[in-house]
Design a protein around this ligand. Sequence first.
Ligand code: NAP
Length: 260
Amino acid sequence: MAPSARPLAVVTGASAGLGRVFAQRLAAGGHDVLLVARDAGRLDALAAALNTAHGAACEPWPADLSRDADVDRLVGRLRGDERLAILVNNAGFGTTKALAKADPAGQEAMVRVHCLAPMRLTQAALPGMLARRRGTVINVSSVASFAGSPGNVNYCATKAYLRVFSETLALECAGRGVAVQALCPGFTYTEFHDRIAFDRGRIPAWLWMSAESVIDTSLAQAARGGKTVCIPGAKYKVIVWLLRNFSWVLAPLRGRHRRD
Ligand SMILES: NC(=O)c1ccc[n+]([C@@H]2O[C@H](COP(=O)([O-])OP(=O)(O)OC[C@H]3O[C@@H](n4cnc5c(N)ncnc54)[C@H](OP(=O)(O)O)[C@@H]3O)[C@@H](O)[C@H]2O)c1
C-alpha cells in the first residue's frame, strides 16, 4: 500500500471523552490520527471506525503515559515524522482525596501524565514542526488551572503547569509557523467524573458542556490563529475573569468543598 499523504495528528487519551471527539473531528477534517491511550480494544475499534468513515489511516498506539518506557516509545515515533501536523496532549484523570491522604502512586502518575508526558511529546514534535514552519500543539488544561480547589491539589497544579507551559511556549513559537493552545474546559460530559465516582448532581446543570462543543471551539480557535488560552463557553469566560480578578472573594466558597 502507498504511504498516506494525509497530515498526521497525534491525540493522547483518544479512547474516550474529549480525546475521542478530537480524533473524530481531526480524521473527518483530513488527518490520519495516531490514537494513544491504555485501552487497546477501544483504540482498535475507533481506528477501524474512523478509517472506514473517512478513508483515513488511523493507528492505535496503546501506551500508559505514566510510564517512562511508553513515553520513550511514543517520543521515538513522533521524532522525525514529516507528516506530523497536530499534537493534542489530552490524556488525563482526576483524583478525589486531600493530598495528605491520597495514594502517593496516583499523585505521581498524575504529575507524569499531565506534565512530564506532554512536555516530552511536545519537545519531540517541535523541531520538525519549526523546520517545516507548520504545526499546532494543543494542551488540554482546565478551568481548574485558575482555581485552587481543596481535594484537587495536584489536579489544579498540573493543569496550571500545562497552561503556563503553553502560554510561554506560544511566545517562543510566535512568528515561526507553530501555534500553541491551552484548552481550558469547565465541567464537560465525558467519563472523567464516572472514573472518580463524582456525583454530577453536585454541579448545576447549566454549568455542563458537551465534549463536541468544547472540541469545536478549540479547533475553530486554533484554525483562525486565535488566543493561546481557549476557554469554551461564555459562562466560563466570565467565571475565569472572576477567578483572575476576585479570587479573594471566591476563596471561601471554594474552601467549602474541602474533603479531608
Ligand atoms: N471532563 C471535564 O469536565 C474536564 C474539564 C476540564 C479538563 N478536562 C481534561 O480533559 C482531558 C480529557 O479528559 P476527559 O474529560 O475526556 O476524560 P475521560 O473521558 O475519562 O478520558 C480520559 C482519557 O485519558 C486517557 N488516559 C488516562 N490515563 C492515562 C494514562 N496513564 N496513559 C494514557 N492515557 C490515559 C483515558 O484512556 P485509557 O483509560 O484507555 O488509558 C481516556 O482516553 C483530561 O486531561 C482532563 O483533565 C476534563
